[in-house]
Design a protein around this ligand. Structure first.
Ligand SMILES: *[C@@H]1O[C@H](CO)[C@@H](O)[C@H](O)[C@H]1NC(C)=O
Ligand SMILES: *[C@@H]1O[C@H](CO)[C@@H](O)[C@H](O)[C@H]1NC(C)=O
Ligand SMILES: *[C@@H]1O[C@H](CO)[C@@H](O)[C@H](O)[C@H]1NC(C)=O
Ligand SMILES: *[C@@H]1O[C@H](CO)[C@@H](O)[C@H](O)[C@H]1NC(C)=O
Ligand SMILES: CC(=O)N[C@H]1CO[C@H](CO)[C@@H](O)[C@@H]1O
Ligand SMILES: [Cu+2]
Length: 577
């Protein structure tokens, strides 16, 4: 049995080698020299807005939508030839990168039939040697849609193995239905939807499959008087990409350990910073307050945003939950898939234009410093007219019940491991030393809360994302004598037997004020144990989930650096009653 499986792995590896090696050689001269592209020449777009509800006699009622995934051409920059992309939209013609912004109303169901119209050839290189949906794309490219931050039934959560191909011709072992049901029964806030197919998430998102999703709760948000749902409330979906001179999106087709994984690389970085589908766009703004819901849709790049004239961000919500009160910041660190909901007051600007810039090293925090290209994000050109109505920022936002640690019914240790080859290049990453396929080990009871201690035994900062659960970061403690502890963990893979308490008493790093609330992604610092309080029930109400969270196919939790998630920093998460 074992022998047979190994043999199969060899065959697949060999085939994979063959497949990627026919996809064209990487040579630097094919790459677009990004410094040739002039910055701030394309106007910022607002993606098409689609309402996930109808209004009948003034009442919000459920709505069914059909959103397709199409292959099309997309202009990322005035002077860059159009790029082939995969885009979400209500038709091929209307499909965009990022996809349409979906606006839902609290408690009003949206039904979305996600339709895959993609061909059977991927435009980007991929790797058949990692756990992957399928290695034959004969019936089309596998995709599945996850609503990040959504509190949704397992059947509609976009489980990695619930993928499907064109016209649902072929689907994964955990696929159950064609039309997803979003109850929209959680606190109001900003989320994003994106592809989540097993082993293909990084390339499907890189190709363009992502978009913003906003849940509005008018009776709760209205009284805050915050800028909301209008011309001045704009999602900014930010990601980085590299391009070839012919406009095609560039991803290296040679892995860092090609004899083990022919194509996989530990982190994707591109030097062009794209906001709402345009490289380094500009936006004309009035002298007033704007609200930006900034979504970091990069594969691996962290962003540390600041304004070149030192204007501030008033942070009102982090990920999908409002803060109790606004927090003023001069710089803003966002991990992949983190969301910052901020107010920016352009009437405070002394200059006529201002650049939104970035200075996060990549990989974060110990990688290369930013360069001329990836240090700029976009430009705001401020209209000189004096504004009368400039927008309002309330002193109090929304108070959710804080975590009550005494109610935690279980404590878990979750360790991140990175493995390297003989040439000391990363080969794969695991959670708790287990591959994704190993039987489920995290089986919390629905309605309970737990303490998770996340032990980062790697050199990177990994943003942890838990489906369904929301969490609060409690503390981060540096590990002492880390090599000794790591040695034990590599052998025993058991934090208690390795006496974690003996090692977790180094420097304590405070959770910054604007990250103290309920989150769905948190940055796990290298060399630290991060303690989080995870709640498997609603944070804004004592009611239970409006669906059976214990149903198949269950959920997953994973690192949100997409290249890690794919190989395979992801584990199943199954609920019990
Ligand atoms: C692609 O990756 C390989 C392996 O890490 C590396 O040797 C090569 O320089 C990369 N190509 C480019 C254009 O960066
Ligand atoms: C995007 O997310 C990545 C990965 O978590 C993170 O490293 C990066 O800082 C984030 N960028 C922004 C702009 O938030
Ligand atoms: C930006 O302004 C804040 C206070 O308004 C100040 O504390 C900070 O030092 C300034 N930063 C820079 C780089 O000037
Ligand atoms: C939920 O229950 C707790 C404890 O019984 C109570 O203090 C709290 O006010 C309730 N919250 C809501 C939103 O009903
Ligand atoms: C416990 C452990 O091994 N932590 C690692 C986390 O990351 C740092 C690098 O930033 C390593 O030095 C540590 O070994
Ligand atoms: Cu990671």
């Amino acid at each position: 049995m074992m022998k047979k499986m190994l043999f199969l792995v060899y065959i697949i590896n060999f085939l994979g080698f063959f497949m990627v090696s026919t996809m064209g050689k990487d040579s630097n001269d094919q790459l677009m020299t990004l410094s040739k592209l002039k910055m701030f020449v394309d106007e910022l777009q607002d993606m098409p807005r689609i309402k996930g509800y109808d209004v009948i006699n003034g009442v919000h009622v459920p709505k069914s939508l059909k959103i397709g995934m199409y292959k099309k051409k997309w202009k990322f920059h005035r002077d860059l030839p159009a790029s082939e992309v995969f885009a979400y939209g209500t038709s091929r013609h209307r499909a965009t990168v990022p996809g349409p912004t979906i606006e839902a109303i609290y408690g009003v169901d949206s039904y979305i039939k996600w339709r895959n119209h993609l061909p059977s050839k991927h435009m980007l290189p991929w790797d058949p040697s990692i756990p992957i949906a399928t290695t034959t794309f004969k019936k089309g490219i596998p995709t599945v849609v996850h609503l990040h931050g959504g509190i949704d039934e397992p059947q509609s959560d976009g489980h990695s193995e619930a993928w499907f191909t064109k016209h649902f011709k072929h689907h994964g072992p955990k696929w159950t239905k064609k039309t997803y049901h979003y109850h929209n029964y959680q606190h109001p806030g900003t989320m994003w939807y994106h592809d989540h197919a097993m082993g293909l998430t990084r390339v499907n998102i890189l190709a363009g499959l992502m978009g913003a999703y906003i849940i509005q709760q008018p009776n709760v948000e209205g009284p805050l008087g915050l800028i909301y749902g209008e011309e001045y409330d704009r999602p900014l979906v930010v990601f980085d990409r590299g391009f070839r001179s012919d406009g095609s999106i560039y991803m290296n087709s040679t892995g860092n350990n090609p004899s083990i994984h022919p194509q996989w690389q530990p982190e994707y970085f591109g030097d062009a910073i794209i906001v709402n589908g345009k490289a380094w766009p500009y936006m004309n703004v009035k002298r007033r307050k704007y609200r930006f819901r900034i979504i970091n849709a990069s594969n691996a790049r962290f962003f540390k945003f600041f304004f070149t004239n030192n204007m501030s961000f008033i942070h009102v919500a982090s990920d999908s939950a409002y803060h109790e009160s606004p927090v003023e910041l001069h710089d803003l660190l966002l991990a992949p898939s983190e969301i910052a909901d901020v107010i920016v007051d352009f009437s405070k600007s002394k200059s006529k234009s201002v650049i939104l810039a970035n200075d996060a090293a990549y990989p974060y925090p110990s990688g290369d410093p930013v360069n001329e290209e990836n240090s700029k994000v976009m430009k705001f050109i401020i209209n000189s007219d004096h504004e009368v109505q400039t927008g309002h920022i309330p002193h109090k936002l929304i108070t959710y019940r804080p975590p009550d640690i005494s109610t935690a019914s279980n404590t878990r240790y979750i360790a991140f491991y990175e493995y390297a080859s003989d040439i000391d290049e990363p080969t794969h990453l695991y959670i708790n030393g287990k591959s994704y396929e190993a039987p489920v080990t995290e089986m919390p009871r629905v309605g309970t809360s737990e303490i998770w201690n996340i032990i980062n035994l790697t050199e990177d900062n990994h943003p942890l994302h838990i489906h369904l659960g929301l969490f609060v970061a409690l503390e981060q403690i540096e590990l002492v004598n880390i090599e000794e502890f790591k040695g034990c963990m590599m052998k025993l893979n058991d934090a208690i037997k390795c006496k974690i308490d003996k090692y977790s008493h180094g420097k304590r790093t405070k959770v910054v004020i604007h990250e103290k609330g309920w989150k769905n992604v948190y940055k796990m610092m290298p060399g630290y144990v991060t303690k989080i309080f995870v709640k498997f029930s609603l944070i804004h109400s004592n009611e239970s989930y409006p669906f059976d969270a214990t149903a198949e196919p269950g959920y997953v939790y994973h690192c949100h650096i997409l290249d890690h998630e794919d190989n395979v920093m992801m584990r199943p998460l199954k609920f019990v009653n």
